[in-house]
Design a protein around this ligand. Sequence first.
Ligand code: PGA
Length: 252
Amino acid sequence: MEVQDLHMWVIGNWKMNGSQEFVSVFFRSLSSQSVPHGVSPVLCPPYPYISHVGDAITAHKKNYALGAQDLSAHEVGAHTGEVCGSMLQDCGCTYVLVGHAERKDDLSTVVAKVSVAQKAGLCPIICVGESEKGNFALLDEQLKKIFPATMKTPFLIAYEPLWAIGSTTPPSLEYINDALARIRGHFASLAFTDEVVILYGGSVTETFIETILPHTTLQGVLLGRASLSPSSWEHFLHLVGKHAVSSREDRS
Ligand code: PGA
């Protein structure tokens, strides 16, 4: 059996939570534990605190990457209140969430945002997921519109069924594997040859990481509420780290 390193991502989406004080306390409360081998942690604070988090990452010598929660579909110019990809990159971001269900972007806006993010040198974390439990036709439509045969890299996909976000229970193993098969099937139909990294988001629990993640082809998780407490954040890094080296054969 071939055993390979399986790189994992843990994304923390702070949503509209935090303050300068929150950032200081969060980083002061982290332990001296290093990031588990094979895990890439990414923190996505609200825009005003991106630089504070970037400074704290440096000051506390944490091996975390910085991401934003959204970006403008435009590159520059007269778009009051918007923030473009080059500004995020200038502030130290290397990742950006695109199309999170709470943004309610239409699919053409998601496509435009993915393109400007990549142009600015950011890796978009593209959120997809059906809004109604079991209605996979909605997922298929997103896949068709967002990922054309000419899709460029880099990007990560976060499979986030809307109905599971902010709830108490994530979907079952069988449900997740059905969704993953549809996503992977879409890329196979495009004859896409690059590796497609898929994360899961929506009420991720410890049980999810221990009993579901290892039996899927998922390469990490997108945390909302669970990323807001330093102890929970570090706990999830550790839990996901346990699956960073694994056999692909076991997980297919
Ligand atoms: P949750 O949020 O973990 O609080 O459900 C997940 C998300 O919206 O990405």
